[in-house]
Design a protein around this ligand. Structure first.
Ligand code: RM4
Length: 260
């Protein structure tokens, strides 16, 4: 029960890594606001998925609500904090996790696609961090923010030229806000997931040759699961990590260090 009695917001919390984080937070004793985005897009979350996570959390004996909204819109972050205050009385933990990666080649990248990815992955992380941190400051009890960066903050991807800079940006954002928010006892860290099997990369890894190649590069010999990342996020969000801020932690089965 690392997060007993805490109140969390998880953006992009209904599917993939975010779903894993929402469930792990609940297992650790936390109530959770699950943000999701309901547009009919392959890469974003849907209301049913969010309601399923709410039901799973309630079955664990914790409270949860689902709140729809595109995190690229700054108003959504204010709404999420307001929802957490109304439903649970405050916010102690933020998992800034919402992200998209619509794989696309570089030379013909449409500006609109670039703007969409920047808006969700980077501006969205900024808005929710700012909104949650203001609430945590007003509460006067500190807080913990954990952003989902990526191994892609450190390495490139030919089909991810719009995406990898946002993940480097999220990592950098946590470093800077760790300094800005340290005086309020608000810790800010990021996780850098490697190859985690979720809907975001289902198409990209539908080619068995590509999947086998990537799998063979992971020293621990398997793709990650959302729970592999969620466990680390729960740790960083908890008092077990009371002296950790401005840090990033690779959760990649050793993929990053495997040059050969
Ligand atoms: C990750 C990394 C993975 C990719 C996802 C979408 O950060 O690049 O390989 O599957 O993004």
């Amino acid at each position: 029960m690392l997060l007993e009695g805490k109140r969390a917001i998880v953006t992009g919390g209904s599917r993939g890594i975010g779903r894993g984080i929402s469930l792990e937070f609940a297992r650790q004793g936390c109530d959770v606001v699950i943000n999701y985005f309901g547009a009919a897009d392959h890469y974003v979350t849907h209301a049913e998925a969010a309601e399923e996570v709410v039901a799973e959390i309630q079955a664990l004996g914790r409270k949860a609500i689902a709140v729809e909204g595109d995190i690229a819109d700054p108003q959504v972050s204010h709404d999420l904090v307001k929802s957490a205050v109304e439903a649970f009385g405050g916010v102690d933990v933020l998992s800034s996790n919402a992200g998209i990666c619509p794989f696309h080649s570089f030379l013909d990248m449409p500006p609109e696609l670039l703007q969409t990815v920047l808006g969700v992955n980077l501006s969205g992380a900024f808005y929710i961090t700012q909104a949650a941190a203001n609430r945590m400051k007003d509460q006067g009890q500190g807080g913990a923010i954990v952003a989902t960066s990526s191994i892609s903050a450190l390495v490139g991807g030919a089909m991810q030229t719009h995406y990898t800079p946002t993940k480097a940006g999220v990592h950098s954002l946590m470093q800077s806000v760790a300094i800005a928010l340290g005086p309020y006892g608000i810790r800010c860290n990021s996780v850098m997931p490697g190859a985690i099997a979720t809907d975001i990369n289902k198409d990209d890894w539908s080619d068995p040759a590509k999947r086998d190649y990537l799998n063979g590069r992971i020293p621990l010999g398997r793709f990650g699961q959302p729970a592999d990342v969620a466990n680390v996020v729960a740790f960083l969000a908890s008092d077990m990590a009371a002296y950790v801020t401005g840090a990033s932690l690779l959760v990649d089965g050793g993929l990053y260090v495997n040059l050969q």
